[in-house]
Design a protein around this ligand. Structure first.
Ligand code: 4AD
Ligand code: MG
Length: 479
């Protein structure tokens, strides 16, 4: 008999039909003679209720079934007696494919903390929360490709191993096959000419520089790949391994770049609202419960659905960095408190609390800040006429702060060389990037959208470690 998925059965299963279902047991309850088994196969949030009567299923089999076991059930669909379900399955035959001993299985049907679930990340897909998050993550992956594909952007694969640090922040993971106990040394320095690639290499922090090469021949491209940063930030918004979406558009300026980021984000979140209703409703209730346990001042300003609509339905406010600093200098986040990090003044980088203040309290709109001081941004951003600011932009969201970072690129060879010299970036390392300015240069712009920050926002999860299956963070690379 052909196996059916629970999602399909609950949507269109016909009473009287005989079906085979293979899935994992969420709970088993009942009396001596009848057992009710809630089954879930990950295809949807809902469980399928199996009714196992001692008349058809032996006691020996029923005794082997516990939370976490995997079973194959053959049976007839019947109209559900319980509420909220269309059909249930009256079992004729059950095979136990894999047992889960109740004294050992860590995922018992009760409330577990997110911290505990991270320790059993190999099993947490089996919870409602993580299966819902991963279904939305999947939906967003396809929505991203669909967005760009349908607008004529080409998807480009950029290298994971590179010899450059695109952001120039020195937060790279080294790639080597040296025996670290016996590294070749020449003139007192590590001799990388002996290394696998014959040079120093690292995991990429961004596909942008290579993406620019493609855009300057093919017009509109995007990358969607893993990126790696060895920044020692133990926050709820940082991962050491995360996925980034980076469109790059030839002939675009910063305004067009802002337009693209706003349209992309609004389209993606609308798509989640329209297509992921069940999972959203579940995650929304879950978040409400979580919020109740928080102190008033730590609570999120909006419910999950409100925050999705906040982006889908509001235009993004565009403000220059300089205007934002003026606003922040004259504001207090609330009556009692000052900002934890005082605004140091023009030139300082904004902290997440400042970004969130601008979005949540001041403008009550998603915000795009642009024209940042050159000293706090990467070398490749286009210098403005004032000589002090660059054509950078950050998109700021409630609860998250920065979700997108981008810029119009410096397309003028001499200006780019000047910025690299100021920032001590050797020209030899990026000769190919400079070549792009020598041969057929043109204005172009792009940005990076942190995929996990997007999933975090779309699911309302408090910690970014809970929106990627196996998070990599300082002191943690289990699984
Ligand atoms: O602002 P960032 O560093 O920009 C770049 O990497 C550019 N090369 C992008 C471009 O112009 N093509 O990173 C872009 C986004 C951030 O806005 C944030 O959403 C996310 O990547 N991000 C992180 N997400 C999770 N963990 C981290 N450690 C992150 N660092 C950045
Ligand atoms: Mg940034």
């Amino acid at each position: 008999m052909k196996r059916s998925e629970i999602k399909a059965l609950l949507a269109a299963g016909k009473v009287g039909e005989t079906v085979l279902v293979k899935a994992w047991v969420r709970t088993k309850r009942g009396s001596k003679n009848v057992n009710f088994i809630a089954l879930n196969d990950g295809s949807c949030l809902q469980n399928l209720q199996v009714v196992a009567d001692l008349k058809s299923i032996s006691e020996e089999i029923l005794q082997r079934i516990h939370t976490g076991a995997c079973i194959a059930v053959e049976g007839k669909l019947a109209e559900s007696q319980g509420s909220g379900q269309s059909v249930e399955l009256l079992a004729n035959k059950i095979d136990v494919l894999g047992e889960a001993h109740p004294d050992e299985y860590p995922l018992q049907p009760k409330k577990h903390s997110m911290e505990f679930l991270r320790e059993i990340a190999h099993l947490r897909f089996r919870t409602n929360t993580f299966s819902a998050v991963n279904r939305i993550r999947h939906h967003l992956i396809f929505a991203v490709h669909d967005y760009f594909n349908s607008r004529g952007f080409l998807n480009i694969h950029t290298p994971i191993i590179t010899g450059s640090d695109a952001e120039g922040a020195g937060e790279t993971f080294k790639v080597t096959n040296f025996d670290l106990k016996n590294v070749p040394v020449k003139d007192g320095e590590v001799d990388f000419s002996e290394d696998f690639f014959g040079k120093e290499t690292n995991l990429t922090v961004s596909g942008q520089l290579e993406g620019e090469l493609a855009a300057m021949a093919m017009g509109k491209i995007y990358t969607f790949g893993p990126t790696f940063r060895a920044e020692n930030s133990n926050t709820s918004r940082h991962l050491a391994e995360f996925w980034m979406i980076e469109p790059e558009v030839a002939f675009a300026d910063l305004d067009e770049n802002m337009d693209l980021s706003e349209d992309l984000l609004r389209t993606l979140l609308k798509s989640v609202l329209e297509n992921c209703a069940d999972d959203l409703e579940f995650l929304s209730k879950r978040r409400e419960d979580e919020e109740k346990n928080k102190k008033q001042e730590d609570r999120s300003p909006m419910s999950l659905l409100e925050q999705l609509k906040f982006v889908a339905e509001n235009e993004f406010k565009r403000v220059s960095y300089t205007e934002a600093i003026d606003i922040l200098r004259n504001s207090k986040p609330n009556k009692k408190k000052k900002f934890n990090y005082l605004i140091e003044g023009w030139g300082a980088d904004l902290q997440s609390e400042h970004e969130r203040f601008l979005v949540e309290k001041h403008f009550k709109q998603p915000v795009i800040l642009y024209d940042y001081p050159k000293d706090i941004k990467a070398f490749y951003m286009r210098l403005n006429e004032d000589g002090k600011t660059v054509r950078a932009m950050d998109v700021l969201f409630p609860g998250i702060g920065e979700i997108v970072g981008g810029s119009q690129r410096e397309e003028r060879l001499e200006e780019l060389k000047g910025r690299m010299a100021e920032m001590n970036i050797p020209e030899e390392e990026l000769w190919w990037y400079l070549d792009l300015r020598k041969f057929g240069t043109a204005p172009h712009a792009g940005f990076g959208l942190g995929f996990e920050r997007l999933v975090q926002f779309a699911t309302g999860m408090g910690n970014i470690r809970d929106v990627i299956p196996f998070p990599r963070t300082p002191k943690n690379a289990e699984f």
